[in-house]
Design a protein. Structure first.
Length: 516
């Protein structure tokens, strides 16, 4: 009987793991897929089952634990798809460790009851299994048990090896890959693809890497840079876009200074960014390197995991070679996404994180945009060297529903409440007004400095307001940008639509452009 429980738990659990794929969004094709997809699914299931069996020595418990983990990934993936409009991919396993380090950024989107249900389910499975099932080694010798484990691992190797040999390359469209491959095989294929030798895009928007190392003396200014060289400040504003495209009944105040800036900006308009609702690093990486997401291949989903672990051509390296001091200001922990490792490789001399600010600088749960503006202006005022400052703001980072707003403040910000999400929208607008204050403060002060200045300002992605998007049937993921110069009048065609990988090049070109 003991020997029969093992294969029974394995087989029934395997069929249950396939059945769980019916819960995945988008739903995979359970039947009619290529043989290799079932081989990889089976190999992954057997590997999970064998791992837990080796630890707990209870076949039924091992199967239930494996299914519980499987279900957890499915539910997290569905939560991601519902809020970010993109299925779960292999790189998203980082969410689990990030949720432990930064729970406020992640757990609210999973949902309190869903998270609590998963915890209770796990406790119930553990308690029931230990109460109902005796260890298999009580009735089976340890040698026999180890032989079974070794045989299972051999089958795992064969299934995955053959599955890999016969597999198709992923299309890098997660929706299609999940439908055609299945959920588990798509995760496996994305993981394999990410570990292939890295091929950098052929295009070099900012040229090749300079010959200097990060700690060597800076080379003289290039002749291409205007004299005197202008400061460059690029602001990546958290979750910013002109939300009046979504809900037009908004009071003038939140966008007053931003609307005014359009009249004096060299260029302004809408900008295409890679993500929806999150994944800020995709936007910033394309801005800094000039590479489009599609040119990055598998690394478009998370360029900081492997691709950016080497020195890459960037705006920072280009300007550093021309005599600029390069800084990044991000008022959050610098080890989030390993930016403290990545940014020196992208050519930045210094990274100012949350430790450069204090509690009085907060606006809501995060460091406010005004505090960042003040810090930036202090650096610009005190520096005798031209500066390139790249800012990644945090003030308007969700979850918005964890903040509060009074009915009076809501009435000031909205001329008419939307059908759903009025509080979230009003909280968002409160922070948008502060973003406008920040841009106004930077451009106003830079007009008084002895050195000219260029400011680029743009949103990294739209905010997470899925209920309102669905209610309004809104699918436009573009954000907005401003490109301003203290010595250039607005261009004749002042509202072109661009892509984020082009904005950095436009800003650098504006530095070198003679005054009209």
């Amino acid at each position: 009987m003991t020997e029969a429980i093992w294969p029974l738990a394995l087989v029934l659990g395997g069929f249950a793991s396939l059945a769980l794929e019916n819960l995945v969004h988008p739903r995979p094709r359970c039947l009619g897929r290529k043989l290799w997809t079932y081989m990889i699914h089976g190999g992954i299931w057997l590997l999970l089952f064998t791992f837990w069996l080796a630890l707990v020595q209870r076949p039924i418990f091992a199967a239930l634990l494996s299914l519980a983990l499987w279900l957890t990934v499915v539910l997290v993936g569905n939560a991601k798809e519902a809020t970010l409009r993109e299925p779960f991919v292999f790189m998203d396993f980082e969410y689990f460790t990030d949720a432990i380090k930064h729970p406020r950024l992640y757990l609210p989107f999973l949902g309190l009851w869903r998270a609590l249900g998963l915890v209770l389910l796990g406790i119930a499975v553990v308690a029931a299994a230990f109460w109902a099932e005796a260890p298999i080694t009580v009735q089976m010798s340890t040698v026999y048990f180890l032989e079974y484990l070794g045989l299972s691992l051999l089958v795992v190797f064969i299934l995955l090896w053959l599955g890999d040999r016969w597999s198709d390359a992923p299309s890098l469209c997660p929706q299609e890959d999940i439908r055609n491959m299945g959920f588990a095989p798509s995760l496996w294929q994305y993981g394999r693809a990410e570990r292939q030798p890295i091929r950098l895009p052929k295009a070099r928007p900012f040229g090749e890497l300079p010959a200097i190392a990060a700690d060597e003396a800076l080379r003289p200014l290039s002749d291409a840079v205007a004299s005197p060289p202008a400061h460059l400040v690029i602001v990546q504003s958290e979750s910013f876009f002109d939300i009046r495209r979504l809900w037009p009944h908004i009071a003038p105040e939140p966008f007053a200074k931003l609307d005014s800036m359009r009249k004096s900006a060299y260029l302004s308009g809408q900008i295409h960014v890679p993500p929806w609702g999150a994944n800020t690093i995709r936007t910033e990486f394309s801005l800094l390197t000039g590479w489009s997401p599609a040119s990055l291949g598998i690394h478009q989903f998370q360029p900081y995991r492997f691709l950016a672990r080497q020195r890459l051509p960037s705006i920072a390296w280009k300007l550093k070679a021309q005599g600029y001091r390069t800084l990044c200001i991000h008022p959050y922990w610098s080890n989030f996404y390993d930016r403290h490792v990545i940014y020196p490789l992208l050519g930045f001399d210094e990274f100012l994180d949350i430790s450069a600010f204090n509690e009085a600088d907060r606006s809501g749960p995060y460091i406010g945009d005004q505090a960042i503006a003040q810090k930036t202006l202090e650096l610009l005022t005190q520096s005798e060297q031209p500066l390139f400052i790249f800012i990644i703001t945090m003030e308007n980072h969700g979850p918005l529903h964890l903040e509060s707003i009074t009915p009076e403040e809501r009435r000031i910000l909205l001329t008419q409440d939307p059908p759903v999400g009025a509080d979230d929208l009003a909280i968002y607008l409160r922070h948008v007004a502060h973003a406008g204050d920040m841009l106004h403060a930077l451009t106003t002060k830079m007009q008084t400095l002895s050195r000219p200045g260029v400011v680029a300002f743009y949103g990294d992605h739209v905010p997470i307001m899925e209920n309102l998007y669905q209610n309004r049937n809104f699918n436009d993921g573009r954000t907005d940008y401003w490109l301003w110069s203290s010595r250039h009048e607005p261009a004749q065609s002042s509202h072109p639509e661009i892509r984020v990988e082009n904005l950095g090049a436009l800003a650098v070109d504006l530095l070198a452009m003679p005054e009209a």
